[in-house]
Design a protein around this ligand. Structure first.
Ligand code: ADP
Ligand code: F6P
Length: 324
């Protein structure tokens, strides 16, 4: 029979995302409500290996639901990718009496949780990343805030772009995924959207599109370029030289990772945090919490990591039709 869970740990890992604090709060308060003790592990797997572990109570998560970032801090930890690091991590969990560990992060962080589970630590992952690039779930904590932040910034750039009758290339985050770019592209009414999953490097087609739009009477030309394609500044120089239209590049960068989480991020993070605790109490391990087809569910981490995700073709076609 599985060992009874008495104490759980929680950590945030990889890039921070708005809503992580709401998830931490939900983990801590749900666990306490169900009679568990909670330990917070600072700075992701790095903090685990350095034994930066604190006791948490209901008050330790007061006044954080509306704050961006993560009060547990986050880090990337190369040592944890090695079997020796993982074994040390599992030993430290056991030493601190941590029977179950909730890991809030992305695919990389889930790989760490997968390894810890194989070493006897019950682990549950919660998807926290602005990139929306976790295949098993249609929602990741932070995406909603990040696209809203990016959308508002792009609206502002559009104002000045129109006044000067310029072309503007705006680069959004997303690592190798184009979800932020696609959503902003549609929501901001961009003339062109460049996604790593679809872009064929045909810059001439882009140049033709800018020239045609100008002939049609459009005064601005907004191009949303995904970070996975990058090179926005050199692209802008080439476009200006080829079209004669003043072109500026803006890389939105880390502003997309900060700020107070939206209602949706707070709500989903709260449910997912509580759900993760329930998974541990139900004796589950090596699972990822997900939102799929309108429901909160959980998947085996091996299965979740093997899943593939792609840009929705229907949405992509719509984005093109709306950009005329
Ligand atoms: P994310 O979780 O957002 O995908 P990373 O890919 O940077 O972010 O991963 C976060 C951390 O998870 C890494 O710094 C490392 O400590 C751990 N990690 C990543 N890949 C593995 C792996 N294959 N095995 C064990 N731990 C891993
Ligand atoms: O995964 C979130 C993310 O912001 C990606 O969109 C981006 O590629 C990466 O993290 C940036 O990482 P760093 O904060 O280390 O520069």
């Amino acid at each position: 029979m599985a060992k009874e869970i008495k104490t759980i740990g929680v950590l945030t890992s990889g890039g921070d995302a708005p809503g992580m604090n709401a998830a931490i709060r939900a983990v801590v308060r749900s666990a306490i409500a169900k009679g568990l003790k909670v330990k917070g592990i600072l700075k992701g797997y790095n903090g685990l290996l350095n034994e930066e572990i604190i006791d948490m109570d209901a008050l330790s998560v007061a006044d954080i639901i509306h704050r961006g970032g993560t009060v547990l801090y986050t880090a990337r930890c190369l040592e944890f990718i090695t079997p020796e690091g993982q074994q040390r991590g599992a030993d430290i969990c056991k030493k601190h009496g941590i029977d179950g560990l909730i890991v809030i992060g992305g695919d990389g962080s889930f790989r760490g949780a997968q390894k810890l589970a194989a070493l006897g630590i019950n682990t549950i992952g919660i998807p926290g990343t602005i990139d929306l690039d976790i295949a098993c779930t249609d929602y990741t904590i932070g995406f909603d805030t990040a696209v809203n932040t990016a959308m508002e910034a792009i609206d502002k750039i559009r104002d000045t772009s129109t006044s000067h009758e310029r072309c503007s290339i705006i680069e959004v985050m997303g690592r190798n995924a184009g979800y932020i770019a696609l959503w902003c592209g549609i929501a901001n009414g961009a003339e062109d959207i460049l996604l790593p999953e679809r872009y064929n490097n045909d810059e001439q087609a882009l140049i033709n599109s800018i020239i045609n739009n100008r002939k049609k009477g459009k005064r601005h030309h907004i191009i949303i370029n995904a970070e996975g394609i990058g090179h926005s500044s050199s692209m802008a120089r080439r476009i200006e030289a080829a079209t004669g239209i003043e072109t500026r590049a803006t890389i939105l960068g880390h502003m997309q990772r900060g700020g107070s989480p939206t209602c949706k991020d707070r709500m989903y993070a709260s449910i997912m945090g509580a759900y993760a605790v329930d998974c541990l109490l139900a004796g589950k391990s090596k699972r990822v919490v997900a939102h799929s087809k309108g429901e909160f569910v959980d998947y085996d981490i091996d299965e979740a990591l093997a899943m593939k995700k792609d840009i929705d073709e229907y949405q992509y076609t719509i984005s093109k039709n709306l950009a005329r």
